[in-house]
Design a protein around this ligand. Sequence first.
Ligand SMILES: [Zn+2]
Length: 196
Amino acid sequence: MHYCQSCETPVAMEPRNGHAVCPECGRADDVAAPGPLFVVTGASGSGKTAVLAGLARRLQGRCVTFDADLLMDAAGALSGSRPIDWPAFRDAWLAVAHGVAQSGMPTVLLGPFIPTHLQELPARRWIGDIHFIVLDCPDELRRARINARPPWRSRDIEEQVEFGQWLRRNIADRVDTSSELQKTPRRPSPHGSTAI
Ligand SMILES: [Zn+2]
């Protein structure tokens, strides 16, 4: 992500104590503060889209909050006729979080990620601690929420129920969204949200 501007050939720099350091010539750039990343995960129907605006508003001035779907159209356009390269998509989000950290802000990212999705990515080393929290709801409510969506949204209901169960077993920090979100009428996301 950072390349040495002194060396004759492109040399990938390495993170060291908040600096990007060239392993060849030792040049150190002050562009690598490792900020934390807070991931709000959940299978489809967990309420990620429903909490986004309120969360962003509450954290305004303290964190920068993104819905991972925000780059979905761009990822599709960059992929052309090929399927989206999901590791590259996730790596792009880590790069965004790294960029946000240089302005002194933590990033909050809402998307259906799991820890191992992010651990092996090239940009991972430029991020500080990554914290996960899962939005969850009972399986039956998830099925009902997905069924209530407009027809252009995905319908991989049982796959999402299974993913929700996996997250429930594997992510310790969990918020049950069943009571709060039922009061709020759901509206389709204007930018074309798709389950990933
Ligand atoms: Zn160098």
